[in-house]
Design a protein around this ligand. Structure first.
Ligand code: HEC
Length: 178
């Protein structure tokens, strides 16, 4: 009986089982991460091969939500950017925030803290950098998406939230091949 009680306690309290925060389990593994050295005696990134040049992009290293909030959106909301953002939103965000971004996705309904309605005034008044930061760092319940979406891709999603969802639009039905 005691064992069962303990097993239940571990299941309902991930902190006791040292499994908290569960949302980072997939990213925090022993595998070698991008830009990480395989040689523990020589940590840090290997030097670039000769003649390598940086590619154009919007890589950024913001340290926290406060710094993210202050960022200016470097990606113009062109049709192409908005379309790309829509495709990514359809894949990564609809399970919780729903097709119209109203926070009514099927997975979201199962969470203790309901996903926010991204078309509400609260999010409309947020900066682009804040929305970008939520994807980068996650929230109390929302998982971070910095491993799945590149910095530039996150700005495309921001553009989509602004130009389509917050204007009353919804994810197109053909996203995800449906
Ligand atoms: C697993 C469910 C889940 C997924 C998937 C998810 N979110 Fe969230 N999101 C939440 C929850 C829950 C909150 C409430 C705040 C918190 O967790 O702290 C939230 C809050 C937010 C907020 C804050 C709004 C505000 O005004 O404070 C933004 C912006 C946001 N999500 C954007 C996104 C975007 C963009 C994606 C896709 C890349 C995404 N979310 C994917 C669950 C999710």
């Amino acid at each position: 009986m005691k064992k069962i009680t303990l097993a239940i306690a571990l299941l309902v309290a991930p902190a006791v089982a040292q499994a908290w925060p569960w949302s980072k389990d997939m990213s925090e593994q022993i595998s070698v991460k991008p830009q990480e050295s395989v040689n523990p005696a020589n940590p840090g990134m290997a030097t670039y091969p000769e003649h390598s040049v940086p590619v154009q992009g919007t890589a950024s290293f913001v340290k926290d939500m406060e710094a993210a909030d202050k960022q200016k959106n470097p990606v113009p909301a062109t049709q192409k950017s908005v379309e790309l953002g829509g495709r990514l939103f359809g894949i990564y965000c609809t399970p919780c925030h729903g097709y119209a971004g109203k926070g009514d996705g099927l997975v979201g309904q199962k969470l203790v803290l309901q996903p926010y309605n991204l078309t509400a005034d609260q999010t409309k008044q947020r900066s682009d950098g804040f929305i970008w930061g939520m994807m980068t760092f996650g929230g109390a319940v929302m998982p971070p998406y910095a491993n799945d979406l590149s910095p530039t891709e996150r700005w495309h999603v921001v553009n989509y939230v602004r130009k389509v969802l917050q204007q009353g639009g919804t994810v197109q039905a053909n996203v995800n091949g449906r």
